[in-house]
Structure formats: structure tokens, C-alpha cells
Write a protein that binds this ligand. Structure first.
Ligand SMILES: Cc1ncc(COP(=O)(O)O)c(C=O)c1O
Length: 283
């Protein structure tokens, strides 16, 4: 049932980082991690006659959740309680009040793509479509963020993620291709990429498949295990931001000869030809 708007909330004062502000003027940065990827933890609190029931239990859970996500800064609980008091006072509220407390990782800084990537295989699995269908290109990125934290802690660039059957889904942010049966001298080989089961439909992925068809390079969409990855001649990731980025190491194993492969290079060049000449003119 759709909730009805409560007129008493018309002039709500909200608290953003200690600033009390009318609900119509309140805003957070579009670069905030909560906006970018749902990268936030929260509690729903309830005020009864001036008292918040189980407040410390809620703050404990908030802190535990933030620690699990490796948030760099978790505000002191005295500070949180002080801000809750200020907000409730500013709203002249006392009873029958729902309070929504949200803590985000903060404003995200863009990371620039590189090639010659080092990956680890994450312990975090990608959910199957019956849990959360990756065909919805949604903004709830926590599953991938947990894998990325694992990669950061292992000094790797990104994490390879498997689905719940143990097959390759993609990395935390890009699709994965491998090259098998390669003939370096002719920059030819067979390509394989995972099926769209636990990864979104990729536009760069589709472009690579399109290039392969045009160049008569065999490319299959299939179930790949980490063993397929370990014994590949080449490996690369695809995404709009990083285009085609070679992977040279995974789980401390060198892929192929540990350099950007000839087929990866060839496909990157063919991709660059397309980006240099195609697209919808906007400026
Ligand atoms: C989870 C995930 N994987 C892969 C990609 C790469 O897809 P595309 O080639 O369409 O940029 C994206 C892009 O947003 C993504 O969110």
C-alpha cells in the first residue's frame, strides 16, 4: 500500500553533516557514495515521549555495519546523539516520530583507468537473477564494493567475481574476456566471455563481440571457471570508462607472458577506431 503524505512533515528540518536545513532546500552531493552506489548504512529510530527506544543498540548496529564496509570515518556516538537532539528540537517533535539516520562513505573521487591490471578472485559472490537480476543496471553497488575493498586490501586493482555456481561473473566494475588458442604472430585467437547471468549487459562487451564478428574472430559467451582464467593466453576487462584494459596478473599468477597481449592490443585499436568515428554528436 502506498504511504500517504503526512501534512505535519511539510516543513521538516533535516540535518546534513550538522547543518539544519528545510527539507525543500536540503541536498547532498551527486558524488556522494550513497547516490553513486547505495554505499551507506542506516538506522530507523523511533521517538516515544522524548525518548529514543534502544538508541544504543541502533548506534551499535550502525557502527558495526560501517566497520564491515571499511568506512574511514565513523562519527563519535556522542556527536551523533547531539545532532539527533538538535534535529528533534528544531522540528519541535517529541512523540510518535520516525527518525532516519544515514551514514555514507562520503564524496567519491573518480579513479582513472589503467591497463596491465592485477586482480584477485573475490570471496564475495555475485547474486543470481533470482536474488537481484544484474540485467537491471541498478545503483546498489555494495556487493561489488565489498569485493573492491578485498582487492584494495590485497594491493590489487580490482576483483574478479564469481557467481554462486563458481563461474566467472565479471570484475567488480567491468566485464571479462579471455583469449585462448592464441597465435601471437597473427594476433589471432579465440575469445570467450561469461554469459549475462550475474553481470549486466555491457555496451563495451557487446562492441567487442561486434568487432570479433566483423573481424571473423571466434568469440563465445560461455561458463568460465577460474581455471579457464588461469590458463588463458590473454585476459582483458571492458567498460565504457576504461575501454579495453589488459589483465596481466590474477591471484599472483601471471596471465600469458604477463604483458598486454597482441590480441588485446589489436581489439583495443579496433575499438579506438570506432570511438574516433562513431557516436551521437552532442557538442
Ligand atoms: C557492474 C558493471 N559491469 C560492467 C560495466 C561495463 O559496462 P559498459 O561497457 O556498458 O560500460 C558496468 C558499467 O556501468 C557496470 O556497472
Amino acid at each position: 500500500m502506498l504511504q500517504k503524505f503526512d501534512e505535519r512533515n511539510l516543513d521538516l528540518i533535516v540535518n546534513i553533516n550538522g547543518e539544519l536545513i528545510h527539507r525543500d532546500k536540503a541536498g547532498i552531493s551527486p558524488f556522494d557514495s550513497a547516490v553513486q552506489g547505495g554505499d551507506a548504512v542506516w538506522e530507523g529510530l523511533r521517538l516515544y515521549d522524548g525518548r529514543i527506544f534502544k538508541l544504543y543498540e541502533h548506534l551499535d548496529r550502525l557502527e558495526r555495519s560501517a566497520r564491515a564496509l571499511s568506512f574511514a570515518e565513523i562519527p563519535l556516538r556522542e556527536k551523533i546523539i547531539e545532532e539527533i537532539k538538535r534535529t528533534v528540537e528544531a522540528n519541535k517533535m517529541r512523540d510518535g516520530v520516525h527518525i532516519r539516520l544515514t551514514l555514507t562513505r562520503g564524496v567519491k573521487t573518480p579513479v582513472y583507468a589503467k591497463t596491465g591490471l592485477t586482480l584477485i578472485t573475490s570471496k564475495i559472490r555475485r547474486p543470481p537473477p533470482e536474488v537481484l537480476d544484474a540485467r537491471i543496471h541498478h545503483a546498489n553497488l555494495l556487493n561489488s564494493i565489498l569485493a573492491k575493498i578485498e582487492a584494495n586490501n590485497a594491493d590489487a586493482d580490482d576483483a574478479l567475481m564469481l557467481d554462486t555456481h563458481g563461474f566467472v561473473a565479471e570484475t567488480n566494475a567491468t566485464h571479462v574476456f579471455i583469449v585462448r588458442n592464441s597465435d601471437k604472430s597473427r594476433a589471432r585467437g579465440d575469445l570467450a566471455t561469461s554469459r549475462v547471468v550475474a553481470c549486466p549487459e555491457g555496451i563495451t562487451r557487446a562492441t567487442v563481440i561486434e568487432i570479433c564478428a566483423a573481424e571473423k574472430i571466434r568469440c563465445v559467451e560461455t561458463d568460465l571457471s577460474v581455471v579457464d582464467i588461469y590458463r588463458a593466453n590473454e585476459m582483458f576487462c571492458t567498460g565504457t570508462m576504461g575501454e579495453l584494459a589488459a589483465v596481466t596478473k590474477i591471484d599472483n599468477r601471471v596471465i600469458g607472458d604477463g604483458k598486454v597481449g597482441a590480441i588485446t592490443k589489436r581489439l583495443s585499436d579496433l575499438y579506438a577506431q570506432r570511438t574516433a568515428s562513431q557516436g551521437i554528436q552532442v557538442v
